[in-house]
Design a protein around this ligand. Sequence first.
Ligand code: NAG
Ligand code: NAG
Length: 343
Amino acid sequence: MNRLRCFGPSDTLFVLSAFFIPLFFSIANAAFNLTTIPFNQGYLPLFGDGNLVRSPDGKGVRLLLDRFTGSGFISSNLYQHGFFSANIKLPSDYTAGICVAFYTSNGDVFEKSHDELDFEFLGNTEGKPWRFQTNLYGNGSTSRGREERYRLWFDPTKQFHRYSILWTAKNIIFYIDEVPIREVERKEEMGGDYPSKPMSLYATIWDASNWATSGGRYKVNYKYAPFVAEFKDLVLEGCPTDPIQQVPGAAGICVEKDAYLEAQDYAVVTLERRLAMRKFRQRFMYYSYCYDTLRYPLPPPECVIIQSERRRFKDTGRLKFGGSHRRQRSRISATLSAFDSNM
Ligand SMILES: *[C@@H]1O[C@H](CO)[C@@H](O)[C@H](O)[C@H]1NC(C)=O
Ligand SMILES: *[C@@H]1O[C@H](CO)[C@@H](O)[C@H](O)[C@H]1NC(C)=O
């Protein structure tokens, strides 16, 4: 089950908080001009087939988790670089212990030297928000976690939102709708840690009771099953590649698609988008490995240290504000401390 992704054993309580919708995110951009494909045209069931329900129009699927199994799908090809995207709606109400993951990986092909890019969503007890994490691994660099954890500025169970991963030879961008929430630019010093081999796209829902919510304190409660994650308006741009048959020099076959990807609107973090990204990160990011100087006394080479971000974190990587005094706080500071849930 470890291939299904989702983040680590540590966890913490979340503070109830009102959702608010910062206007700056809505002005950030017009929607991307994307070409969507029907499910059958790009994807296959991965596991729990009976719990993968295609929509009548063929454009999407519902992934169910019940007491017998979770479910998942995988792209029918591996891609050398790409833009992987879907409109996703997460299960609502009591979702403690549930993990929904949307990620690229080649762990099935390269067991010891795999690459991976993750969106991982963790459910919560009723009334408490979903949280999520992004992560990346390159060439089997699993001992170097590059995780960041965040809350969302909306309720992901109410409406569909677009989650996207762009991967080129130059950079990786995680998007929510049109807001870039994380960019990793390729640095020479990263070496093999920058994902470089073809990857498949995966989407899964599964029972992560052992640790998902407050370190396993809250298990999946099947009284509320089935839990349903919906995926639609799927986008799969990239250069389909067979990593086994790849021969030296064959890399040239992806030149055109690479150029296409790099020329797309979503490949550029405009000034406006960069501002939206900064604002997102200052308000909703509650952990970044780049600021965890206990783990990494020297931030890894791809880290871009932003002083206004760094000031929010202790050397442990935990947020400075909040902690044990939460209960005595006024409503205003309770809202502030909602940003404080740590690892
Ligand atoms: C959107 O993309 C399609 C296909 O790539 C293209 O033909 C069309 O002109 C684009 N529309 C806009 C508004 O850019
Ligand atoms: C990836 O890891 C393998 C060993 O697992 C090593 O032989 C290879 O040189 C690495 N590739 C890069 C680009 O670092």
